[in-house]
Design a protein around this ligand. Sequence first.
Ligand code: HEC
Length: 122
Amino acid sequence: MKRINTVVLCKPLGTLFAMAFLACSPASAQEAGKRLFLNNCAECHQRDGKGIANIYPALAGSEVVRGSGVDVALVLLIGRGEMPSFAGAISHEDMASIINYVRNAWGNSGEAISAETIAELQ
Ligand code: HEC
């Protein structure tokens, strides 16, 4: 549904491609990250990123999540405690999408990390 909306929104701006890119691209990247988060992470950390007290830590307001994309990438690559490693299970591109989503959802705000940076960590 959202995808269709984005296309409808972006197509008329075809001649103003640069503007359309700026206006639409971050939104759809955030949508992709959200979908990946819901499929891979929300089971434990919950859709609202608030986790479950004493079992799954909240990602909303988490110092690790807000601190640095590299730290979040390391958690995903290595795993932590009860949390499995996602290395090999999710591509670096998808990891970047998820990280950029969680670092900019629920009131969090952080700079984007690239798939290349994550690949260098591994
Ligand atoms: C099977 C449940 C489970 C899944 C699925 C899961 N996690 Fe976790 N996650 C945990 C647990 C448990 C911890 C706490 C580990 C510890 O510190 O011992 C954690 C910790 C974290 C932390 C560190 C938070 C902090 O403040 O210390 C981040 C970031 C994180 N997870 C992100 C993710 C992302 C992104 C995904 C999806 C790709 C994900 N997790 C999937 C269970 C899960």
